[in-house]
Each structure stands twice: as C-alpha cells, then as structure tokens.
Design a binder for this molecule. Structure first.
Ligand code: SAM
Length: 286
C-alpha cells in the first residue's frame, strides 16, 4: 500500500479511496500542513528512543513524523476504518515493534485510560504525549494526567480548553483542572494555529498546550484533592469556607489557618492552598 500523503487534496483523496469520511463527533479534523507536522516532534522535544503516546493517529501523518524522529510510539485510535488503514500503511513499524496500535477509546471509566494504554504506561520510563487531540476527549484526557509519571506533553487542542488548563489564580477559566495540573506540571500555552492547517476546518480556535513535570512536585493525594475541588467549585456562588466546613471540615480549618477569609471565592485561592487543604483531610481507614 502507498503511504498516505498529508496535503488537503491528498488527505481527501485517501479517505475517498478507502470509503471513509471525516466524523465530526470523533473530532476528525486532520492536520494537512506538512510543515507544521514536520515541526511537532522537535517542538515536543522528542528524542530517539523516547516512548510517545499519540491519541487519535487518524491517517498517521503525525505518527510517521514521530517514528521518523526515532520515537517508540503507542497510538490509540477509536475509528476502525483508520485502524485498518494504519495497519497496512505502517505494517513494517508495527512488525518491528517501533509502533503499537490499539483500537478503542483512549478513555476508560473512572480516571483510567484504555487498559492496554495503562499496561504500556507502566511498562517503561515515563512517556511523552504528543497528539492532535480530538475535541471531545481533551478535557477528560487532561484531567487523567495529574499523578502519572510523564516526561512531558505537547498537545494541539481547542484554544479554550488550553487556556482553561493553563489559567492562573484569578484568571478566566481557573478551576479544578488548572489547579490539579499546576500542582504537577509547568503548564504553558503554545502557539495558536490557524483553522486552515486542518481539514475539515474547525469552527473553534486551536492552539498548543505544553506540560513539563515539576521537579519538586510534592505528593498529592489526587482522590482527595479532586473531592475538595469538586465540593468547592460545585457551588461557586456560595461562600467557600462556611460550606466546606460542613462537608470537609479539616480542609476548611486548614484554609482558615492559611488566612483564607470566609467570604473567599474558590477562584481566588492559589493551587498551593488547595493542596494544603487536601493534605489536611483525614483518609478514613478501611
Ligand atoms: N492525528 C491525526 C491528524 O493530526 O491529522 C488525526 C487527529 S483528529 C483531530 C482526532 C483523531 O482522534 C481521529 O482520528 C479520531 O478518530 C480519533 N479519536 C476520537 N475520539 C477518540 C477516542 N475517544 N479515543 C481514541 N481516538 C479517538
């Protein structure tokens, strides 16, 4: 089989040839700018031998660049038509073991990824994440990252989700996701990308998000932190501490000790204070 090429015309022709068409629900907006595709592995700091997770390889444009940079790639694709095509066009890489391909949803219930991804994650050094993420999975995907060993991530996603993930205290979008990420990673917005690097063109703005692990990240009990945040951001309009007092009194007490006033709103409380509050919650012994 010939290797699919990356321009807009070529992508359309490849899909047509295989009786496929872009599925909006699955966020199938393909990167059709070869120069951008060429730049991504370098921008993501991918080195030969790195383990890389790619969500949604689609026709494999980015996958081939990652493999070309010497990465060992694990790719997860939900669309059977693309998996079939990738199995043919990247047969040699699959045979050599440079590429692993899982067919299915990258997201599993709870806070997990697809079981094969979970096994792969644990089976070697911390991976890098490099992907043009489908819109529907971006938020839940990012929410599953805190607490996992990670070498770094460069993800192309909806600009609004990237902003939310990178928001600092008091900024628009600051909330549970940005707080949990900030406690583990240095999070920054990368460049915006114009809609015409995709086909079909998305209706929303897109841009890169960069995550690199904090060397001094302290151990955070993710389950408790999530509970404290869920409780506090669930009813943002109410005063934070009087309400938290009822559900998680130790967390409320710790916040008071740290000088948080009763009428504070959750979006004004810094990540380090949320972490201190979560640490103060006693885990019931089972
Ligand atoms: N990587 C290709 C590119 O850059 O041209 C395609 C990216 S496209 C934005 C998103 C891809 O993710 C599609 O191939 C889609 O089928 C796949 N996808 C959507 N939801 C998924 C999920 N829950 N799990 C795994 N793959 C998914």
């Amino acid at each position: 089989m010939t290797v699919p090429r990356d321009g807009k015309r070529e992508v359309r022709a490849t899909l047509e040839l295989h009786g496929l068409s872009p599925n909006k629900k699955l966020g199938q907006n393909f990167l059709v700018d070869p120069a951008l595709l060429d730049a991504i592995p370098g921008d993501a700091g991918v080195q030969a031998g790195d383990r890389v997770l790619e969500v949604g390889p689609g026709l494999g444009g980015l996958t081939r660049r990652l493999l070309g940079a010497g990465a060992r790639v694990m790719a997860v694709e939900i669309d059977h038509g693309f998996v079939r095509l990738l199995r043919e066009s990247l047969a040699a890489e699959l045979d050599s073991g440079a590429l692993g391909l899982v067919e299915g949803d990258v997201l599993a219930p709870g806070e997990s990824f697809h079981p094969e991804v979970e096994d792969w994650w644990k089976a070697g050094p911390p991976p890098r994440l490099v992907a043009n993420l489908p819109y529907s999975v971006s938020g839940p995907f990012l929410g599953r990252l805190p607490g996992r060993p990670l070498a770094g991530a460069v993800l192309l996603l909806q600009r609004e989700v990237a902003r939310k993930a990178a928001a600092g205290v008091g900024e628009e979008g600051y909330g549970p996701l940005s707080i949990r990420l900030a406690l583990r990673f240095s999070v920054s917005l990368g460049r915006k990308v114009p809609a015409d690097v995709f086909w079909p063109r998305p209706k929303v703005e897109s841009g890169f998000l960069h995550l690199s692990p904090l060397a001094d990240a302290e151990d955070v009990e993710e389950g408790i932190l999530r509970e404290v945040l869920r409780d506090s951001f669930g009813q943002r309009r109410k005063r934070l501490l009087p309400r938290l007092e009822k559900s998680l009194p130790e967390a409320a007490r710790r916040m008071r000790e740290l000088g948080i006033p009763d009428d504070a709103r959750p979006e004004t409380v810094a990540p380090s204070v949320w972490w201190e509050a979560a640490k103060a919650v006693r885990i019931p012994s089972s």
